[in-house]
Design a protein around this ligand. Sequence first.
Ligand code: SF4
Length: 229
Amino acid sequence: MKNAANRPIYDITPFTTLDFPNHLSCIVWLCGCNMRCAYCYNADIVLQNGNKTIDELLEFLQKRAGLLDGVVLSGGECTIFRDITIICKKIKELGFKVKVDTNGSKPEVLDSLIKQNLIDYVALDFKAPKRVFKEITNSLFYEKTITSLMLLVKSGLNFEVRTTIHSDLLNEKAINEIVDILYLNNYKGIYYLQNYLHLEKNLGNLTEQTKPFDKNLLNNKIPIEFRNF
Ligand code: SF4
């Protein structure tokens, strides 16, 4: 029987056109996370051991050569995975581009991957402004998020910033605070606002959103696009 520690992958979504801009990609769901966001519906990925090994991922990718051109490393939080550098190297050696989905808590890992040319695109979750960051994420990684943002801006790498909105947790004022921070830090991309998706279970036992969210109250310092609103 294989050791659970050697099976860090919860699952592989074999094909997506949506997650990695301009790429046909698969999504690798790595287990474990260092946050506990109230709205997180990936409890199984965050809290459980995985089902697949890195070797199984590489076998899968070898069969997809020519069919896919990108790999999305998601989770959970993929940057806490001990062997993230090795996995990125192996994926790149097979000729795929790599996108990393991150909560921004590990800027030193991001920095290292960028400097080694091991990643091609990043989606950075900016969870909340400082005053409510702990309440929403059950973590103390706000400053790390800012460091990740700053190093991504400086790196010149293609990346996007996004925030999930449950309107009972984040109102228009909170989003405008994030917009101000992005603007002041010279973020030039689109800011994606993702509407909370209510599924049966989430980590914070949240119910459906009860408060309205008025897009017209958002300031227009940077371009904003809405997903699932
Ligand atoms: S939503 Fe939060 S808790 Fe869930 S995987 Fe992402 S960072 Fe972790």
